[in-house]
Ligand binder design. Structure first.
Ligand code: PMP
Length: 402
């Protein structure tokens, strides 16, 4: 019998860790602090059930049929209105509704990347973005946002786009300060690279007000006397996933109309349209103020868990590791004091001790950053977080003194 045709080459680029991640779910008693998952107890399930029922009853054709490629007009307008300000003038032509934030990343790859094209990426960077772009075979240029050198022109020169998560980045949890944001926008203008501002975590802000968004900074420097729709280089990505629930799979892109048109064409070959049902539900959720109602509950729960995780790290891991106390988001970024400590190896021993974390190699396009780990604090309660860190300490002890 003839063997089946081979899979595309990029599939061979996945590493062992990805396979081990997939297998980890099967281990009994495992504490998972690897993912970026919300705690389902914060989902306003009863209200969302009512909204779903009303949506189908009141809008049967819209919720059960095909819809416009760009998204429901009501939702596009609601998003444009929510993000507009004195500086940032947005109309529906600036908005594309996507089937989650992940689809937006995928579509960006489709419209911008030919083989070998350069992405200037925050370093370390979001694993899902690397996954979305890997099939297009881009070249990745690391752009460390925490460096003192605020000139990003070199990193962005010749790049198709720069990718950033300025609010409580995945994986580092870092908040990019205003001066760095201004420098990023300046460099995008100078080099002509698009500047992608991926913002799933801005709503999970535990300590102090956020600096302005890149898209707002960019709009400030654009002459808008005629209140023309935004036409700058920033491509802002939002999602309902961390604001309320991930299961609706609703995200959005806010960008110059030319970018929205290109992404719309790409979406046509992807899913034809995002679900009308979940889009209508998103409209109702925005209009009912449900995000604002749920947010304080989320912040209170996650703030306590962040503090519990950091306290547990203080007690159990400070001999070998240091970490940053994040002001928001879902993750604590931990790095080994000894750069030779290999967290890919620690990951495997961790699974034997029934704890699963994300090793830093998966957030590096070249896989060489191997002395860090990303820990999630939103899914598990304080007792489980303490136990997870205790197990991590046992695993580290085994690694350093075999
Ligand atoms: N960007 C970043 C940085 C993320 O961490 C995530 C979620 N893990 C996403 C985008 C995508 O989220 P979603 O597809 O659920 O909207």
């Amino acid at each position: 019998m003839t063997s089946p045709a081979a899979f595309a080459g990029w599939l061979d680029d996945t590493n062992d860790i990805t396979k081990a991640f997939l297998a980890a779910g099967q281990i009994p008693g495992l504490i998972n602090i690897a993912g970026g998952l919300p705690d389902p107890q914060v989902y306003p399930a009863a209200q969302i059930a009512e909204i779903a029922q009303r949506a189908v009853r009141d809008y049967p054709a819209e919720t059960l049929g095909y819809g416009p490629l760009e998204g429901l007009p009501d939702l596009r307008s609601a998003i444009a209105e929510r993000f507009s300000s004195d500086d940032l003038h947005l109309g529906p032509e600036n908005v594309l509704v996507t089937t989650s934030g992940m689809q937006a990343l995928d579509l960006l790859g489709k419209v911008l990347l030919d083989e070998g094209d350069v992405i200037a990426g925050q370093f370390p960077t979001y694993l899902g973005a690397l996954d979305a772009w890997r099939p297009r075979k881009p070249t990745f240029r690391a752009m460390p946002l925490q460096s003192n050198d605020l000139d990003f022109t070199e990193a962005m020169q010749g790049a198709k786009f720069a990718y950033t998560v300025p609010n409580f980045s995945n994986p580092t949890g870092r908040l990019v300060p205003e001066s760095t944001r201004r420098a990023l926008v300046d460099a995008a203008r100078t080099t002509g690279a698009w500047l992608v501002e991926d913002d799933p975590y801005g709503g999970l802000n535990y300590d102090s007000p956020l600096p302005p968004r890149l898209i707002d900074i960019s709009a400030q420097s654009q002459p808008q006397a005629d209140r023309a729709p935004y036409a700058g280089p920033v491509v802002y990505l939002g999602t309902l996933s961390k604001l309320i629930v991930p299961g609706l799979r609703i995200g959005w892109v806010i960008a110059a109309p030319a970018m929205i048109d290109a992404l719309t064409l790409a979406k046509q070959g992807s899913d034809m349209c995002t679900s009308g049902l979940t889009q209508r539900m998103a409209c109702e959720i925005l209009n009912a103020g449900l995000i604002e109602a749920v947010n304080p509950v989320m912040l209170d729960l996650y703030r306590r868990r962040r503090d519990a995780l950091c306290d547990a790290l203080d007690r159990h891991l400070s001999t070998w590791f240091e970490w940053e106390h994040p002001e928001g988001g879902m993750f604590v970024w931990v790095t080994a004091r000894d750069r030779a400590l290999d967290t890919d190896a620690l990951f495997k021993i961790g699974l034997e001790e029934r704890v699963c974390f994300s090793p830093s190699s998966v957030f590096d396009a070249t896989g060489v950053f191997r002395h860090g780990l990303r820990l999630n604090f939103t899914l598990n309660d304080e007792t489980a977080l303490e136990e997870a860190v205790r197990r991590l300490a046992l695993a580290t002890q085994r690694l350093v003194k075999p």
